[in-house]
Write a protein that binds this ligand. Structure first.
Ligand code: SF4
Length: 327
């Protein structure tokens, strides 16, 4: 499969702001948040890669780095073979319509002063796409496609006058109006009602097939990743700990963290119950992550050696990789 995205040794550290007393105590040692810690992967054209993990694992930061909404501390992102760090601002502006994002909070993504129609038209105005007279028809067509119907009626409504599910569809339509090749969907159903979630997931799947788009689908929920994704990468505290084809990862998970996340996936059969414990404790601070394997304080199989060195991603065969000494 031809690659669209290639991420190589990506690192993102955020400096921590300190108060006067903390600065005096720390001296020259400036703490940083290790949000993304040497992450590498690729996404093929037309593929959906899921990035799964708990909150604080670095998934959203990785998505923003790929879109160049953030600059990496080190490492590179190639988009269609182009190193985004070397792309001039003007060329980046031309590439923007092809790389879009849907954030989890539709209300935070929409201006309360813009109608639904204006919000969806805005990217066309910003990038000068289509003739001004053609824009309204294009927006109305897309609104119908994403289920915002009747489109002429909803076009004039403000975000507070439509439902939460419709707001999320507006955000999706606004991301699609520029006909992107690549979409980062950052927990797009996390804030939606249960009844709306399945509809949004179905919509994302249909749109992916119709527009042949490539997705990075960010989620904390492996069940939704299973529905939409071709491959899944599991992140823990800034690192990818396992990556592989969806079917393989669900049938033969290797990493204890992946296994623990899978324990949280509900089984649609009341006679079957989960027996093992879902991952214990909280994800540690990314300012002082545990040494060696970051997962060792929570891992039921941890050995003394686990805290000594970072386990590399090992090839399990068939494009399946896992970072655990047990492999
Ligand atoms: Fe657990 Fe050690 Fe494997 Fe990390 S390397 S997941 S601590 S067994």
């Amino acid at each position: 499969m031809e690659e669209l995205i290639h991420v190589e040794h990506l690192v993102k550290e955020f400096p921590v702001r300190l108060g006067i007393f903390e600065r005096a105590l720390k001296g020259d040692k400036k703490p940083v948040v290790h949000a993304v810690d040497d992450v590498s992967f690729s996404i093929g054209k037309g593929e959906v890669l899921g990035l799964a993990g708990e909150s604080g694992s670095g998934k959203s930061t990785t998505g923003r780095l790929i879109l160049r909404l953030l600059d990496p501390t080190s490492g590179s992102v190639l988009y269609g073979g182009k190193d985004l760090a070397k792309v001039h601002v003007k060329e980046m502006h031309l590439m923007r319509p092809k790389m879009q994002v849907v954030f989890q909070d539709p209300n935070g993504s929409l201006s309360p002063r813009m109608t639904v129609g204006e919000a969806i038209t805005q990217p066309l105005d910003i990038h000068g796409l289509l003739e001004p007279g053609e824009r309204k028809d294009a927006v109305l067509n897309l609104m119908e496609k994403v289920g915002l119907s009747p489109a002429p009626f909803l076009y004039q409504k403000y975000p507070h006058q439509v439902s939460g599910g419709q707001c999320q569809r507006v955000v999706i339509a606004r991301a699609l109006i520029t006909k992107p090749d690549f979409l980062v969907a950052d927990e797009p159903i996390a804030m939606a009602d249960v009844s709306v979630r399945a509809l949004i997931m179905e919509l994302l799947k249909d749109l992916k097939d119709e527009f042949s788009m490539t997705y990075l689908f960010i989620t904390h929920d492996l069940a939704t990743a299973k529905y939409l994704c071709d491959r899944i990468a599991v992140m823990y505290l800034g690192r990818i700990v396992e990556i592989g084809a969806k079917g393989d990862l669900f049938k033969h998970p290797h990493h204890p963290y992946t296994k623990a996340l899978l324990q949280a996936v509900p089984i649609p059969d009341p006679s079957k119950r989960r027996t093992s414990e879902v991952v214990r404790g909280e994800i540690p601070s990314a300012i002082n992550p545990p040494s060696g394997c970051h997962f060792h304080p929570r891992c039921p199989f941890a050995k003394p050696v686990c805290s000594e060195a970072r386990p590399p991603l090992k090839d399990m065969g068939g494009g399946h990789f896992s970072a655990c000494i047990l492999d």
